[in-house]
Design a protein around this ligand. Structure first.
Ligand code: C5P
Length: 235
């Protein structure tokens, strides 16, 4: 994604001052940081265009918008949401189509293509019991449908490495290469290295970075771990 093979995506679930401080601290880490993830906490408070604008004043990393959770409404609304997101200067938009259905997912992907932002699709969540209201094979169905629509970037849990392997294998059977972005590192129990060994290409890291005394050092430490894991990974 964005020409990166491997990298860290800090999740900026913080206030705007703190988000800018972290962006400032890590802006020189061009190899390590693949993008910045912004979400509901920042954007409900300040508005998406302002948040994107403030971050882009500080650094030039791609900005990934995770509405926590988008792509859950009727197709017409989802199309309009993608337009608003693209107009705010966002580079990639995360959908969570669990409960949405394939017409909504199709509208999301088509609109992202039309407005030239990268569609990213959540396959499953990191927290326990997330699937209590879903069918057993919801994630597999979302993956198959999304691949057919041309999506190549997916979110799947770092704390369930066996699921990452499964998703990569499903894609392989369809002769497609997908990239996996994995949250769930640190407080949610996942290891960045074990996730990458199992198939993650990017790790999404919130608290372990923004609560660290030295976020920049923490990014470098995590990158060393994922870099080693990536080198020894058998595709
Ligand atoms: O602080 P922590 O690293 O646990 O934050 C995880 C981030 O990843 C949050 O922004 C959360 O919304 C997001 N996320 C997740 N699990 C998913 C999808 C997104 O934790 N399956």
């Amino acid at each position: 994604m964005f020409n990166y093979q491997l990298g860290i995506i800090p999740a900026l679930d913080v206030d705007i001052q703190k988000a800018k401080k972290i962006a400032e601290a890590v802006k020189g880490l061009k190899k390590e940081i693949a993008g910045l993830k912004i979400g509901s906490i920042l954007c409900w408070q300040h508005g998406l265009p302002k948040v994107v604008g403030e971050l882009k004043k500080v650094c030039d990393f791609p900005v990934i918008f995770d509405a926590q959770k988008a792509c859950t409404d009727i197709p017409d609304i989802v199309r309009k949401q993608a337009k608003v997101v693209a107009n705010a200067g966002v580079n990639a938009f995360i959908a969570a189509p669990q409960g949405a259905g394939s017409a909504t997912l199709t509208a999301f992907v088509d609109a992202c293509k039309e407005y030239q932002i990268v569609p990213i699709v959540v396959l499953e969540m990191t927290h326990p019991e997330f699937s209590a209201f879903l069918s057993r094979d919801a994630a597999e169905k979302i993956l198959e449908k999304s691949i057919d629509l041309g999506v190549r970037n997916f979110v799947a849990p770092a704390n369930k490495p066996e699921r990452l392997k499964l998703y990569k294998n499903i894609a392989k059977k369809k002769r497609k290469v997908i990239k996996i972005l994995s949250p769930g590192v640190g407080p949610q129990g996942g290891g960045p290295d074990t996730a990458v060994e199992a198939g993650a290409d990017f790790v999404i890291v919130g608290r372990a970075i923004y609560q660290a005394e030295e976020p920049k050092e923490e990014v470098k430490r995590i990158y060393d771990l994922i870099d080693k894991a990536y080198s020894s990974r058998k595709e």
